[in-house]
Design a protein around this ligand. Structure first.
Ligand SMILES: Nc1nc2c(ncn2[C@@H]2O[C@H](COP(=O)(O)OP(=O)(O)OP(=O)(O)O)[C@@H](O)[C@H]2O)c(=O)[nH]1
Ligand SMILES: [Mg+2]
Length: 622
């Protein structure tokens, strides 16, 4: 038997926003999410490094200020360090990660970590910023005071990575095998002692820059101004949604043209019949009607990624804290709600940073009301069909304005539902906002582009994995059975889809939905944008003309304005995403809250669509 070399396990531990995940990515080549605010990582993630024939396992962990964990994400970190997670031993080496420009709080954490008794190394990260600002750290003295080897790193530039690996290997070699120690959480007394010790080390080893960097402070005096700050925030949002429409249109038109040409080509190449119908009506019309929204999604994410990296999002959280507090939301609910703008799944996961169980549950229940990116195809389609592309007030594009309004509607409904939950079910004091403001950082072009590419990949993968197979099903249901001899109505009305649509139609007639929409809503439970694809397929099967046309034009011809607006209202609320429901169930450990969410969201969706439809009809939009 050859010698089995046990792989070394190292855990990255440090304050939030100190660059642990950036280091993890640099070490392992992974692409975990990195952003310039606290609370990005909420799960443990493992990656591997091959180094001289050995494997090093690296754990990325949520940031924490103390091992006396309070919120679920901090518990993950504590349990990982202590080896309490099921089937895991403690890490062989703890790599403490410190933001070199912000050492005060991390020194106390390092003293706490030392008490755990594992071998340690310290990565002084963001060393580039420390040097640029003229911060002076006496590395030898710090090493001696802490009794821990120090490596300086710049995670985003991959500097100091090899040195860090070498230091970890050396620490592991000198260590006894991991045993679960008898760690007890430090009491307040012990923590005060450690804080005083940290303060002493800080004074002894760190000299602040002679000319401190005042840029962040100066910029903040504008961006965090109680009135001016909110004006700037609104302006940023306004520009963002204008851009989503203005910049995306040429690209979206291009994709649209390509797909139309492709459809015509395939229709010419394959003889009329079932295969032509499957490919042209089912796949190109169905999946294609979602693909055209890729440019919109990428532009929105470009804004979000830039704002996150720059460090603006934590400021937005600060500005909106008062409003969120009035709604009864915890200050730390901002980041989960912000994450939900991409997708409610990471949003629900991000609630782990909230320590109070009820505050966390409230945030989970309202997170899916935020406008996720899967709603973009639905919203954009209906806007393109029913809202004229015109300029209002001399400078604003009306379509962009309506999109902005839909996002605001998502935020307002999330705040309102949170308010009602707090008022009706659990009253308690609202926790004040507590998040360190990150220093502003210039976004790195390469990582911005890479993150954008990741977004595009997620979108395309969903189209391939979820939408494509579902469209084959929708196409089959809309095609079979064939109409009987001598039938007069369009063939699709005799199909299974026609039957399902007709059966459910009475339920949806009061809110102005026709049977084609009902047919689209059923597979649309899987994910919101599936409904758009399903509409594409259903209308393409029903009518050869629209198979090669633009879906928005088809809808404008078949639906009334009132119906279009009711559909938008429905989508602000409807919980049409099984994956989100699954995550809610997992994160709340109960099916109960998932059902509560399904019931209240469908209820609101129906009410909102009903009211919208009736008002629009009364105003002449029927
Ligand atoms: N200039 C500079 N920026 C860095 C460095 N390391 C990380 N960053 C940036 O710092 C921010 C935070 O990095 P993350 O890796 O997300 O921090 P984290 O410690 O994982 O944060 P949490 O998951 O919230 O605990 C990001 O904007 C990174 O791009 C560095 O060495 N130099
Ligand atoms: Mg992280």
């Amino acid at each position: 038997m050859d010698m089995q070399v046990r792989s070394v396990r190292v855990a990255l531990v440090g304050n939030p926003n100190s660059g642990k995940t950036a280091l993890f990515n640099a070490l392992t080549g992974a692409h975990q999410k990195v952003a310039n605010y606290a609370g990005v990582t909420v799960e443990r993630k493992e990656g591997f490094i091959r180094n001289a024939g050995r494997t090093l396992s690296v754990l990325d962990l949520p940031g924490t200020y103390s091992l006396r964990a309070r919120s679920p994400d901090e518990e993950v970190t504590r349990d990982a360090i202590l080896g309490r997670l099921a089937g895991e031993t403690p890490p062989d080496v703890i790599a403490a990660v410190a933001d070199a420009t912000n050492l005060r709080l991390v020194l106390r954490l390092i003293l706490e970590l030392k008490a755990v008794g594992r071998p340690m190394v310290l990565a002084l990260n963001m060393y580039d910023i420390a040097q640029r600002t003229g911060l002076r750290i006496d590395l030898d003295r710090l090493e001696a005071e802490l009794g821990v080897p120090i490596v300086t790193t710049v995670a985003t530039r991959k500097r100091g990575i090899e040195e860090l690996v070498a230091a970890v290997e050396a620490a592991a070699a000198s260590a006894a095998p991991a045993v679960a120690g008898s760690w007890t959480p430090p009491d307040a007394e012990a923590l005060r002692g450690k804080a005083a010790e940290a303060e002493r080390i800080m004074k002894a080893c760190v000299r602040p820059p002679e000319r401190p960097d005042t840029l962040t402070g100066r910029v903040d005096s504008f961006l965090l101004h109680p009135v001016g700050g909110l004006v700037i925030l609104s302006a940023v949002m306004f520009v963002m949604f204008q851009a989503v429409f203005a910049w995306a249109t040429p690209a979206a038109d291009g994709i649209e043209g390509l797909l139309t040409a492709l459809g015509a080509m395939v229709a010419g190449a394959i003889p009329d019949g079932i295969w032509q119908s499957l490919i042209v009506d089912g796949l190109i019309s169905g999946v294609g009607s979602v693909l055209v929204f890729l440019p919109q999604i990428l532009i929105l994410f470009l804004f979000i990624i830039l704002l996150e990296d720059f460090g603006y999002m934590a400021r937005a959280a600060f500005l909106l804290d008062r409003i969120m507090g009035v709604a009864g939301l915890h200050g730390r609910a901002f980041i989960p709600l912000l994450s939900s703008v991409a997708c409610a799944i990471p949003g629900v996961m991000a609630t782990r940073v909230i320590d109070n169980r009820r505050d966390r549950l409230t945030t989970i229940l309202v997170a899916p009301l935020m406008t996720c990116s899967a709603r973009i195809p639905v919203y954009t389609l209906i806007i393109a069909a029913f809202i004229p592309n015109q300029t209002v007030w001399g400078f604003a594009n009306l379509q962009g304005l309506v999109m902005f309004g839909l996002y605001v509607a998502g935020v307002v409904s999330a705040l309102s539902v949170a308010f009602v939950i707090r008022k009706l079910f659990w009253r308690s004091a609202v926790e004040p906002f507590m998040m360190e403001m990150p220093a502003y950082k210039m976004p790195d072009l390469k990582s911005v582009l890479f993150n954008l590419w990741l977004r595009a990949r997620i979108f395309l993968e969903r189209a391939g994995r979820i939408i494509l197979p579902l469209m084959i099903v929708v196409w089959a249901l809309s095609t079979f059975p064939y109409p009987p001899e001598g039938a007069t109505a369009p063939a699709i009305e005799y199909s299974f889809a026609g039957m399902i649509g007709r059966a459910l139609e009475p339920l949806f007639a009061p809110i102005g939905f026709n049977w084609q929409m009902v047919v689209a809503l059923v597979p649309g439970m899987a994910a919101r944008e599936v409904a758009v694809a399903a509409l594409g397929t259903v209308y393409a099967v029903a009518d050869a003309e629209s198979a090669t046309g633009v879906l928005a034009t088809t809808l404008a011809a078949h639906w009334s304005l009132a119906t279009g607006l009711a559909f938008l209202a429905w989508y602000i609320f409807a919980p049409q995403c099984v994956a989100t429901l699954g995550v809610v169930r997992r994160e709340t450990n109960s099916a109960k809250w998932m059902w509560v969410m399904i019931a209240y969201m469908f209820g609101l969706a129906y009410l909102a669509a009903f009211a919208t439809y009736r008002v629009a009809v009364a105003l002449g939009g029927g």
